[in-house]
Design a protein around this ligand. Structure first.
Ligand SMILES: [Zn+2]
Length: 264
């Protein structure tokens, strides 16, 4: 078989040394670019998100079908071209990272899911045109609650851009809806949001519900409490933020206590 030669352009420097403790949401890390390639960094700070391609040297290259075991081992098997698993014929990893800062030849990023010492093959900017707002995907639902929380928080932050109170309320509401309805990106999930525009924006990002074509999302700015009405087939779920939300956030360890939840 014909072979190709790759030259790593840099290396991941991270506190995380084991793939066992790496999360799919990634970790803060640095990418040290090798001196030969430092001219390739010219003006990269004009972007703030990057695709980083790495070589996962510990991955099994013989596997062609697998389960997304880290996410949920009870899910069915997929061919590896339908998964992001590290195990694949050429273990090239694709990570979407946020640029935090650049110091000399080192790029500091967040959201990196590669361990310390991983070879970096390439770095490419993330462009607006990379967005497919409402793609069709199977629901690879994380089994662990905290993994779902972290995944929703990461998606919400990518979409909303600020870590505000509305972001956390939106994430927690989406987790409640996910419990009741399953995949909230489904074409048959509709929602109407009243109140906080940050909650509305976060939920639009998490559900990928558009205002039209098809119309799955409605937003109404009102003076009352923030409320979201979710509908799927003949099921309705109403989540209302408690009047004393400030006290609730301070005192309740269970975020579901922040809301009044009605199911019809
Ligand atoms: Zn906000």
């Amino acid at each position: 078989m014909e072979t190709r030669q790759l030259r790593p352009v840099g290396v991941v420097v991270s506190e995380w040394h084991s793939t066992d403790t790496m999360t799919i949401a990634g970790k803060p890390a640095a990418i040290r670019i090798f001196p030969d390639f430092s001219p390739a960094m010219h003006r990269i700070e004009e972007h703030n998100y990057f695709w980083v391609l790495c070589w996962f040297h510990q991955a099994d290259r013989s596997i062609l079908r697998s389960r997304p075991a880290q996410v949920n081992s009870q899910l069915p098997e997929y061919g590896v071209f339908g998964l992001r698993t590290a195990a694949r014929p050429n273990p090239i990893a694709l990570s979407l990272v946020k640029l935090e800062k650049i110091v000399d030849d080192t790029i500091y990023v967040s959201g990196m899911d590669a361990i310390n010492g991983t070879a970096v093959l390439d770095i490419k900017p993330y462009f607006e045109s990379d967005i497919v707002f409402s793609p069709k995907t199977p629901y690879i639902r994380p089994k662990e609650y905290m993994m779902r929380v972290n995944l929703f928080r990461k998606q919400a932050l990518f979409h909303h851009g600020e870590n505000c109170c509305g972001l956390e309320l939106g994430v927690q509401m989406a987790l409640v809806a996910d419990e009741h309805f399953g995949q909230i990106q489904c074409p048959d999930v509709e929602l109407t949001v009243y109140g906080d525009p940050c909650v509305a924006d976060v939920l639009q990002g998490l559900t990928r519900a558009r205002l039209a074509n098809p119309a799955r999302f409605t937003y109404l700015k009102n003076a009352g409490p923030t409320r979201v009405i979710w509908k799927k087939a003949d099921k309705t779920l109403i989540i209302t933020v408690r009047d004393d939300i400030g006290t609730a956030i301070a005192n309740e360890t269970d975020p579901q206590q922040w809301f009044k939840i009605e199911i019809m």
